[in-house]
Ligand binder design. Structure first.
Ligand SMILES: [Zn+2]
Length: 136
């Protein structure tokens, strides 16, 4: 049903766990499927120095987040702001049906909302629109 690398990431997720020393953690869920993701970020000099996640749910949601976290370490807030749906779909490399789109995008939504929440807590200016992920 799924490509080999998706099952592999689902069974052995990368960057799995929590960060004791962290700048922000953020939890988001996809009620349509029951997927839950919590992302932990350590941010230094406007860059992601470290990232971990924990979650539960379907293979697509967990594998997409695992694949995403591999790409995020070292990226700046500005770079992450620009990541979109296509970035995640390219990482997954398989056709995602409209019904599973919210599963595939839960990780990137959680990541971008975590960054948004971080900026607000730093009293930095942030526009929520810049951190939304189009899923249609
Ligand atoms: Zn799901």
């Amino acid at each position: 049903m799924y490509a080999e690398n998706i099952l592999e990431h689902y069974k052995h997720p990368h960057n799995h766990g929590t960060l004791e020393k962290r700048s922000i953690d953020y939890r988001e869920n996809n009620p349509l499927c029951g997927d839950v993701i919590t992302i932990y970020l350590l941010i230094e000099n406007e860059k992601v120095k470290d990232i971990r996640f924990v979650g539960q749910g379907c293979a697509i949601s967990q594998a997409a987040t695992s694949l995403l976290t591999d790409e995020i370490k070292g990226k700046s807030i500005e770079e992450i702001k620009k990541l979109d749906k296509d970035f995640v779909l390219d990482l997954l490399g398989v056709e995602i049906s409209p019904a599973r789109m919210k599963c595939a995008l839960l990780g990137i939504k959680t990541l971008k909302l975590a960054i948004y929440d971080y900026l607000l807590k730093q009293d930095k200016k942030a526009n929520e629109k810049d951190f939304e992920v189009e899923d249609a």
